[in-house]
Design a protein around this ligand. Structure first.
Ligand SMILES: [Cu+2]
Length: 124
């Protein structure tokens, strides 16, 4: 192995260590952004960190970013003490709402198509 290749390998290795340290750091620990999407088609989703929301923490402020991609749908969130229309029909675009939820079971759905467009999660 030439010394130039060894230097290149060492540089890549130290960059990987630096990246690992960055990703494990506190800055990446708590992304409290919940992404809600409705449409296109008959789809509705709620994700956090790219994964389906199953559980959220009570009393924590979450930034709900709702991307409504269809005029045919709305996005509603219902749970203990909560009944919100985060995005209405006849409207498309992206909205943000800061929400702090109480313990319990929540459902989200599109009201006109709630049979097929719905989901749920638990706050504890
Ligand atoms: Cu709908």
């Amino acid at each position: 192995m030439s010394s130039r290749i060894i230097a290149a390998v060492a540089a890549v290795a130290s960059a990987a260590v630096a990246a690992a340290l960055l990703m494990g750091g506190p800055a990446a620990a708590a992304p409290n952004t919940v992404r809600a999407t409705v449409g296109p088609g008959y789809t509705i989703n709620l994700t956090i960190g790219g994964k389906k929301v199953k559980k959220l923490k009570a009393g924590v402020k979450y930034r709900f970013v709702v991307a409504d991609r269809s005029e045919d749908h709305d996005f509603r969130l219902v749970g203990p003490g909560t009944s919100k229309v985060l995005s209405g029909e006849e409207w498309t675009g992206t909205k943000t709402a800061m929400l702090s939820l109480k313990k319990g079971k929540y459902t989200f759905f599109c009201a006109p198509h709630s049979d097929e467009m719905h989901g749920g999660f638990t706050v504890s």
